[in-house]
Design a protein around this ligand. Structure first.
Ligand code: TRP
Length: 335
């Protein structure tokens, strides 16, 4: 009996904020890999409550939330096998966050790099939610007894504080929470900005610095034509001295599923124009089928809403089990 039947299936939890456009960087670094956790129970949360920490245009937030749900499905996540849902549809997230607030210190929250960065960027709106952001994220993760949290490197610190909070709570009340591990994809898959290739490609930066998953072929070609390279004219992978060219090569080798050596060899003797053209073709080939599926899903609003409702109910059932245990442990009166 090598494969113990009673071994608990692993739980994978990840979230994306429905703010801004989903980029090629999000796709390569996160979405594309989500389908690979076949043997785990996976939850993918649209972290709409988190987006409120920065001012949003309400109608746009609503639209982007539906759009992100459709992108998840279009990228190949089966909404019957994976729980794809909105954070705000499951009240237990906000409820657990309140409890965990009382087990989190001001000092540890003020050390969070993202809080420091965002406070600088939004100096006119340093709200309590922005400060408390990691506690809500810890609640997201801990509600489902999560084992693995696939995130980008920028979120590693938030998973670490989540572990600290969980360990502190377990230390006081016994084994209530599973202690989660961050799962950070290989550094090679880190996609950089097209205009400043030493910075990560980000959906909150200006339009021309990133490729969006829903960009039309002509936009993809135009953005790549303008991508920053360098003046030595040689196609070579050297992220330190040639960040722009190396970023384009990374995109190409990842999408073609080729090694970097093979990718560079396939372009030998060619110039940057040809490199950009090859990247554009590979990106368009990857994104077109996704966009086709997306268009069908988003056209069926009722179907999409029903899927989100059904999945929120599945999530709420699991979350409630943990929340009830927490309420009991901390001494809230049960009826
Ligand atoms: N904070 C994450 C980000 O901006 C999104 C997120 C919210 C998340 N809750 C999560 C990621 C729980 C992983 C687990 O990228």
């Amino acid at each position: 009996m090598e494969n113990a039947v009673n071994e608990k299936r692993k739980v994978v939890f990840s979230g994306i904020q429905p703010s801004g456009n989903i980029t090629l960087g999000n796709y390569i670094g996160a979405l594309r890999n989500f389908t690979s956790f076949d043997d785990a129970d996976c939850l993918y949360c649209l972290a709409d409550l988190h987006t409120l920490t920065v001012r949003q245009v309400p109608a746009e937030l609503r639209k982007r939330t539906a759009s992100l749900a459709a992108i998840y499905v279009a990228c190949g996540l089966d909404p019957d096998k994976n729980i794809i849902y909105c954070q705000s549809h499951v009240p237990a997230h906000a409820e657990l966050a309140w409890i965990l607030n009382c087990y989190t210190y001001m000092g540890e929250l003020s050390r969070m790099t993202q809080f420091k960065d965002k406070s600088q960027k939004h100096a006119d709106n340093i709200n309590a939610g922005l400060f408390d952001y990691p506690v809500l994220m810890a609640s997201d993760i801990l509600l489902y007894q999560t084992d693995l949290v696939p995130v980008g490197g920028d979120q590693k610190q938030h998973v670490e504080i989540c572990r600290d909070i969980a360990q502190r709570f377990n230390g006081l009340y016994g084994d209530v929470f599973t202690i989660p591990e961050p799962y950070i994809p290989k550094a090679t898959a880190k996609i950089m900005s097209l205009s400043e290739p030493t910075k990560k490609m980000s959906k909150s930066d200006p339009e021309d610095t990133f490729i969006a998953v829903l960009d039309k072929p002509e936009d993809i070609r135009r953005k790549l034509k303008r991508a920053v390279t360098d003046s030595d004219g040689e196609i070579r992978y050297d992220p330190e001295n040639k960040p722009g060219v190396s970023n384009l090569l990374t995109i190409l080798s990842v999408l073609k599923k080729e090694s970097m050596e093979d990718t560079v060899a396939s372009l030998s003797g060619l110039g940057y124009g040809a490199l950009k053209e090859a990247v554009a073709e590979a990106v368009i080939a990857e994104l077109s089928p996704i966009q086709e599926r997306y268009n069908a899903i988003i056209a069926d609003k009722d179907g999409l809403s029903a899927m989100l409702k059904r999945n929120a109910e599945r999530a709420a059932y699991l979350a409630q089990k943990t929340l009830r245990k927490v309420y009991k442990k901390v001494g809230l009166y049960q009826v």
